[in-house]
Design a protein around this ligand. Structure first.
Ligand SMILES: *Cc1c(COP(=O)(O)O)cnc(C)c1O
Length: 425
């Protein structure tokens, strides 16, 4: 079958550059051969990959549709306009910007739209699940702004809204950020709105992790409450690697200017087109069923691990991810990550709230269900996966018995992914 499409020619790559084509094939085999439990990853569709591998990558299109600094933008204008309309429709938003190159770039633009260097920003404490761009000392957010961290309560490990209000009143932040990278529960956006209104702050929701669940109507949307919602397109949403911002019409100009020309140059039009494709996929009934299943699977995984003697932080999850405290089984997060890796289970160590360990060791792991759910697994497989994780985490890497056990777990992983393949052959 021939189509007019001029796109990825893997045979040509393989004969020209075997070193890089081997990496690409090796990565595909890694994806196919193991269980992907990184909560921020997913497996994009062939349609998204086709848009990413298109000649739209060549086009310079600084500016916005109809207002470009380059000629020849008629076709890419259509792609961006289609994507903007799809984003507005899907999220019920007044304005959308598809150009941010990543979640961090989207966040830089939001800071740029509303703040001046030195301004106070109230955001979730990093050790409690906040993101690098929410005030880490090594990041622009911590170097150029004045982050004030809020926490989760020590007793129930949920966001302490009373503390958020007290800190807001005390520090009068210009902006409040809701959203996190390792918080398994729903966030009370109405409560954040109320607090922001009490102190006259902009409410930014960083929905990078969970926007896909919002798109699939599996959890409540922050869009009606927030001034601005930034997110990534490659996590649960299952689009290309990239960022996006939706906001109220009153902020549209400020946001657009903050993306370009304040913080970025030319948009990556292949990625903008791929974002449009992902938004079309996310508006489908199939995707809604997927999003529901992602949440059900994360819950089943957390329950399964609890039954194996581990402790889900906050008692469980309402989303696509769970944080698991491994102290009850006497294993650190770093050990668990290495042991799981040896059994073809990919997950990450993660600090838990009030963690006594250093971040590079950590007392917990973070696990997510987006990839396994894309592969078609449901709750019954999650029960099996929990048992496999438990066996891997308890097996001592580098000992005869431990290595033998990890090899056995890896065999069962192979059996499972043969039944539920990623990128079926
Ligand atoms: C992943 C994430 C980001 C950043 O996304 P990148 O594309 O890696 O820059 C920002 N905020 C939160 C809460 C995230 O989880």
């Amino acid at each position: 079958m021939s189509t007019p499409f001029w796109g990825p020619d893997f045979d040509a790559l393989q004969s020209f550059d075997p070193e890089i084509s081997d990496v690409i094939l090796g990565e595909l085999e890694r994806l196919r051969g193991g269980l992907q439990l990184i909560a921020s990853e997913n497996l994009t569709s062939p349609a998204v990959l086709a848009a990413l591998g298109s000649t739209l990558s060549n086009k310079y299109a600084e500016g916005y549709p109809g207002r470009r600094y380059y000629g020849g933008c008629a076709e890419v204008d259509k792609a961006e306009n289609i994507g903007i309309e799809r984003a507005k429709e899907l999220f019920g938003a007044e304005h959308a910007n598809l150009q941010p190159h990543s979640g961090a770039s989207a966040n830089l633009a939001v800071y740029g739209a509303f703040l001046q260097p030195g301004d106070n920003v109230l955001a979730m404490s990093l050790p409690h699940g906040g993101h690098l761009t929410h005030g880490a000392k090594v990041n622009f957010s911590g170097k150029w702004f004045n982050p004030i961290p809020y926490s989760v309560r020590e007793d129930n490990e949920l966001i302490d809204y009373d503390q958020v209000r007290d800190l807001a009143k005390q520090h009068q932040p210009k902006m409040i950020i809701a959203g996190a990278t390792a918080y398994p529960r729903l966030i009370d956006f109405a409560a954040f709105r109320e607090i922001a209104d009490e102190v006259g702050a902009i409410l930014m929701v960083d929905a990078a992790h969970f926007i896909g669940l919002v798109a699939g109507k599996a959890i409540p949307s922050p869009v009606p409450y927030a001034d601005v919602v930034s997110f990534t397109t490659h996590k649960v949403l299952r689009g290309p690697r990239g960022g996006m911002i939706v906001c109220r019409e009153e902020h549209a100009k400020a946001i657009d200017k903050a993306v370009f020309p304040f913080s970025q140059g030319g948009p990556q039009m292949h990625s903008v087109a791929a974002k449009a494709v992902a938004l079309k996929e996310a508006a489908s009934a199939d995707y809604q069923a997927y999003a529901q299943q992602v949440v059900a699977n994360a819950g089943a995984l957390a329950k399964g691990l609890e039954a194996e003697g581990m402790r889900p932080v906050s008692g469980g999850t309402d989303t696509h991810l769970a944080l698991i405290d491994l102290r009850p089984v006497g294993v650190t997060g770093a050990e668990a990550e290495a042991r799981s890796d040896a059994a073809k289970i990919t997950l990450n160590k993660n600090a838990i709230p009030y963690d006594p360990q250093k971040p590079m060791i950590a007392s917990g792991i973070r696990i997510g269900s987006p990839c396994l759910t894309t592969q078609g697994m449901t709750e019954s497989e999650m029960a099996d996966v929990a048992k496999l994780i438990s066996r891997a985490v308890r097996a001592e890497l580098g000992t005869t018995d431990g290595d033998a056990e990890l090899a056995k777990v890896a065999e069962q992983v192979t059996e499972l992914v043969t039944r539920f393949p990623a990128y079926p052959r």
